[in-house]
Design a protein around this ligand. Structure first.
Ligand code: 13P
Ligand code: SF4
Length: 320
């Protein structure tokens, strides 16, 4: 595919800003989005921040630069607004690791369990959940559930193992799902990296294959020190830390907002190949087309929106 020139990108950005104003639209973008897309967004953040922004906006239209489950969450929070996603192919391997039928079957096996589900799930799956959580508030949501209650946590096994370790709770059953971008990041790899960069701080997303082992080892005498954080948590932490150098274990799109907010600090990707092809489907030309032609609109059955709203609302109330 032919690369778009810097001048054309600038032209398109201007058109986007003009159309956005004309249509009273808001552009919400995830931290992994392409730099030129982030630069025209009204808000750039993690899943929780984006859900909060979607919940409070008074714009008539939301153009969501992220993946489908995020745009669906924005629609569930705004059933009467137009929510667009510039490319409907922007899926999520983690959200695809459980279907609503599989969840119903799992619930049949544990009829008394509370169902706690990561925001990276389809709207259909959310209809069968009691609570939604994100990487920012997972521990808070789990701690809000009475300790004697059995929990079904889905769909990310690595995030689930990390939550289990942090909360020290044994009665959590974890679904065997994972994100293809994060799953391969191993403890050995992180340890080696840290040895080559002893003055850098290691920031890890809980979806990474190494998150619970890194956390466990960080408590040992000779273990490496790590911080397990959401994408926006990493940006906030890096801004406040006295350290100058950080190893970042998550999708590489995060490097742009990290550097933008901390121009004098250094950020080294744990894995340069950690690219989410779904996030990168949202390009500046598709964003412009989306605003010009009002495509592609997120539509969900009314019943699905009503049922999926309750666990999302619980999450937002807990997060406040
Ligand atoms: P955050 O909510 O931490 O941004 O994570 C979302 C995601 O999809 C990570 O892969
Ligand atoms: Fe989904 Fe993984 Fe992409 Fe995040 S990085 S959107 S979890 S596929």
């Amino acid at each position: 595919m032919k690369a778009i020139s810097r001048d054309r990108i600038r032209e398109m950005q201007e058109e986007i800003l003009h159309l956005k104003k004309q249509k009273n639209a808001i552009i919400l973008a995830h931290n992994y989005q392409l730099p030129e897309v982030q630069d025209v967004a009204d808000f750039v953040g993690d899943s929780l921040g984006l859900a909060r922004k979607a919940a409070e906006t008074d714009a008539d239209m939301i153009v969501f630069c992220g993946v489908n489950f995020m745009a669906e969450t924005a629609k569930i929070l705004n059933p009467d607004k137009t929510v667009l996603i510039p490319d409907t192919g922007a899926g999520c391997s983690l959200a695809d690791s459980i279907t609503v039928e599989q969840l119903r079957e799992w619930k049949r096996q544990h009829p008394d369990a509370v169902v706690v589900c990561y925001i990276n799930t389809t709207a259909d799956v959310k209809t069968e959940c009691d609570y939604i959580f994100t990487s920012s508030n997972a521990v808070k949501v789990i701690n809000a559930i009475p300790p004697d209650k059995e929990i079904l946590l889905l769909p990310d096994k690595y995030l689930g193992m990390w939550v289990k370790k942090v909360t020290g709770r044994e009665n959590i059953h974890i679904w065997d799902g994972a994100c293809h971008v994060h799953a391969g990041m191993s403890y050995e790899e992180m340890k080696q990296l840290k040895e080559t960069q002893p003055d850098a701080e290691l920031l890890i997303h809980p979806e990474c294959g190494c998150s619970s082992q890194c956390l466990y080892n960080s408590t040992l005498n000779n273990g490496i020190e790590v911080k397990i954080l959401s994408t926006s948590g990493m940006i906030k932490y890096a801004s406040q830390s006295d350290k100058r150098k950080f190893i970042i274990a998550t999708e590489v799109g995060i490097l742009y907002p990290l550097k933008k907010k901390n121009p004098d600090k250094e950020f080294l990707p744990a894995n340069r190949e950690a690219v989410c092809e779904y996030m990168k489907m949202i390009t500046i030309d598709k964003l412009l087309k989306s605003l010009q032609e009002n495509i592609y609109e997120i539509t969900l059955p009314k019943e699905v929106m009503e049922r999926a709203y309750l666990p999302i609302k619980r999450m937002l109330e807990l997060a406040n």
